[in-house]
Design a protein around this ligand. Structure first.
Ligand SMILES: NC(=O)c1ccc[n+]([C@@H]2O[C@H](COP(=O)([O-])OP(=O)(O)OC[C@H]3O[C@@H](n4cnc5c(N)ncnc54)[C@H](OP(=O)(O)O)[C@@H]3O)[C@@H](O)[C@H]2O)c1
Length: 267
């Protein structure tokens, strides 16, 4: 029996989908710990949540691309007398451009964040997740269902998130721990700018959902114990159709789309 209070740990809560996820969890009565590098942004969100009458989130400023991030976050939570009931691995970024033309270190940093930190935080607190009958919500992407020439490393990291989370869903079920992978299509956020995508170049509007819609669907899916959540029916159709299309065809289609985007950006 632990005397530590249960919280929901949300990574990448200084922008975009992470802010929306933190708000949704707070609205549903969960105490929070919020993580990102930009501490000022986290403090503003903590103030806003506290002003709504919810418990003030614990702010943890951390660079999740560092190898010791799970240990540092665990220590910060223990010092505050809390432990995770839910881990929401949302922090992540992408980069457009062919893999051979992009900076290798930046792409490796993407793997450190999107894959390594997500794996570490998914596994580091399993005992406490089981004690509180909680779970893990990992933010993947529709990109995880496809090969991604023109954004190769990003798509590959999201394929990992999908595969790992589905397997973990099955492994942790007997312990009463839910694992859900949330696979959004395009969402207006700081993602595009960080990735090097000029405005308007993210994807067709029909596939686009707001961060709030995505966060709400992710929360509901996790609480229902669903394995995979794809927000919005057009994205669901994409994620189902790609199973029946030969990879050679998908590769050409994604390649052409990314090439068009590069040409539009260069113009
Ligand atoms: N937007 C989309 O179209 C879209 C579509 C599908 C999936 N996704 C996924 O959704 C997740 C959230 O993306 P978003 O759209 O909300 O992007 P965003 O607006 O750029 O937010 C990214 C968040 O990740 C945090 N982060 C980045 N690097 C970090 C690091 N080294 N250490 C700690 N935190 C870090 C950022 O905080 P700091 O910069 O303050 O550290 C920020 O809070 C990502 O996993 C992304 O791949 C996004």
């Amino acid at each position: 029996m632990s005397s530590l209070r249960p919280i929901a740990l949300v990574t990448g809560a200084s922008a975009g989908i992470g802010v929306a996820l933190a708000r949704v969890f707070a609205r549903h009565g969960h105490a929070l710990a919020i993580v990102a590098r930009r501490e000022e942004r986290l403090r503003e969100l903590a103030d806003e949540i506290a002003a709504s009458g919810a418990a003030r989130p614990l702010v943890i400023a951390a660079d999740l691309a560092r190898p010791d991030c799970a240990r540092a976050i665990g220590e910060a939570m223990a010092a505050a007398g809390v432990e995770p009931q839910y881990v929401i691995n949302n922090a992540g970024f992408g980069l457009v451009g062919t893999a051979a033309s992009r900076d290798r270190n930046e792409q490796l940093e993407m793997i450190d964040l999107n894959v390594r930190a997500l794996t570490d935080l998914s596994l580091a607190f399993v005992d406490s997740l089981a004690r509180h009958r909680g779970g893990v919500l990992n933010v993947g992407s529709v990109a995880g269902f496809l090969p991604g020439p023109g954004m190769a490393v990003y798509y590959a990291t999201k394929a990992y998130v999908l595969s790992f989370s589905e397997a973990l869903h099955s492994e942790l079920k007997p312990r009463g721990v839910r694992v859900t992978v949330l696979c959004p299509g395009p969402v207006p956020s700081e993602f595009a700018e960080r990735a090097g995508i000029k405005s308007g170049g993210l994807a067709p509007g029909m596939l686009t959902r707001s961060a709030e819609q995505v966060a709400e669907e992710g929360y509901r899916g996790l609480m229902q114990g669903r394995r995979v959540v794809v927000p919005g029916w057009p994205n669901k159709v994409v994620s189902l159709l790609v199973r029946f299309v030969p990879h050679s065809v998908l590769l050409r289609a994604v390649d052409r789309r990314q090439a068009r985007r590069r040409a539009a950006q260069a113009a």
